[in-house]
Ligand binder design. Structure first.
Ligand SMILES: [Zn+2]
Length: 246
């Protein structure tokens, strides 16, 4: 679990149990003063992650190649899309400040991350289907817009910069953002440049001002590792089959 990626009540509980104090940092104070339905929504998201062991279940579904697992994963994604959309709706409804929104989203990091993982998986599965024979767009009402999986590392970056700046997760996420943007848009593109700056900033935050050559070595070494959305993972079967197909 990423440090700090959970609601204020949980953070305070852990700090007070381990270190014996009640945290009154700006983020904790702001979050505990947030509108009641926002706090409730955060707690619901957190409880789902904890109680239903949903992260592990999702990993099992991703590892499985059965059609049943695929449809369960789609169902999970739809539930997460709804949950996140409702939460975003509340942030909008209360017209909260952008920084406060980032803090609050960060407290639901596990949910945003899980949704990003589902979208990513969905997108690579869709890529496989469409290359093996096009299935026409079946549209149904209330369907969520398709979000390009390559945007997922970028979507998580602002949240990880709040809860775990300069962490391994932050650095791997930045590298993956850069790598995917480079592949998709090319090295000269604005998006790739933005990703590159964010990646550099993350590494400088971690290592301080080190000579350029050393910094490149550090970045190169890190980029050799297999990572997915900020986590160092065992490769999933679908990832393996994707790279075999490429
Ligand atoms: Zn705090």
């Amino acid at each position: 679990m990423v440090p700090g990626g959970y609601p204020v009540a949980e953070r305070r509980k852990q700090l007070s149990t381990t270190y014996g104090f009640t945290c009154n940092c700006a983020r904790c104070k702001t979050e505990s003063a947030a509108p009641e339905n926002v706090i409730e929504a955060l707690e619901r998201m957190w409880n789902r992650i904890l109680d239903e062991n949903v992260v592990q279940k999702a990993q099992e579904l991703i590892m499985s190649t059965s059609p049943e697992a695929t449809s369960k994963l789609q169902q999970l994604q739809q539930e997460l899309e709804k949950e996140v959309a409702a939460f975003e709706g509340l942030l909008e409804q209360h017209a909260l400040d952008m920084r406060v929104r980032q803090w609050l989203r960060s407290s639901a990091y596990a949910t945003y991350e899980l949704l990003a993982v589902c979208r990513d998986e969905q997108e690579s599965a869709r890529g496989q289907v469409s290359s093996s024979g096009d299935q026409g767009e079946a549209s149904s009402s209330g369907r969520v817009p398709v979000i390009c999986s390559d945007e997922q590392p970028e979507s998580l970056m602002p949240l990880i910069s709040v809860i775990s700046p300069a962490s391994d997760t932050h650095l791997y996420l930045a590298l993956e953002w850069l790598e995917r943007a480079g592949k998709k848009y090319g090295s000269g593109h604005e998006k790739t440049k933005t990703a590159s700056q964010a990646c550099l900033a993350a590494h400088l935050m971690r290592y301080g001002r080190v000579p350029n050559e050393l910094l490149s070595q550090l970045i190169m070494a890190r980029s050799q590792v297999e990572y997915n959305l900020g986590r160092v993972n065992l490769p999933s079967p679908s990832a393996a089959s994707l790279s075999a197909a490429a």
